[in-house]
Design a protein around this ligand. Structure first.
Ligand code: AMP
Length: 114
């Protein structure tokens, strides 16, 4: 199967503005930011969406949230607040089929769409 754009970023085939990297995760700025801070946090291991992550990967899911927390601190929005979003599947508008957490902040965000 062909690689997603995020796998190409992991493999350094495509450049990205990387904020944080660990053994298991990568975080980089979204190219079409919806807020002054818009960072994507992804696992290096490929899962097409949250629903595809098995329970054995609970530690990795915890690492994803902690990496988002660390990114928020690194870019200076820890105290002003931020939002994490995971789009899972078509109805949620997921466009890149590789699990990712959106970290949004840097301004007052509207109520989430419903
Ligand atoms: P989603 O709609 O939840 O699948 O989010 C995918 C996100 O990836 C969108 O916000 C895009 O702007 C972002 N995106 C797509 N290609 C790239 C890229 N090459 N580098 C950084 N962000 C990207």
């Amino acid at each position: 199967m062909s690689k997603t754009i995020f796998e190409k970023i992991i493999d350094r085939e495509i450049s990205a503005d990387i904020i944080l990297e660990t053994e298991n995760l990568l975080a980089f700025r979204d190219t079409h930011p919806e807020a002054p801070v818009h960072i994507l946090v992804i696992p290096k291991k490929h899962f097409p969406r949250l629903a595809a992550v098995p329970t054995e990967e609970s530690e990795l899911l915890g690492q994803l949230l902690l990496a988002a927390q660390a990114c928020a601190k690194k870019v200076g929005i820890e105290s002003t607040g931020y939002r994490l979003v995971i789009n899972n599947g078509a109805d949620a508008g997921e466009t890149v089929p590789h699990l990712h957490v959106h970290l949004l902040g840097g301004r007052k965000l509207e109520c989430p769409p419903g």
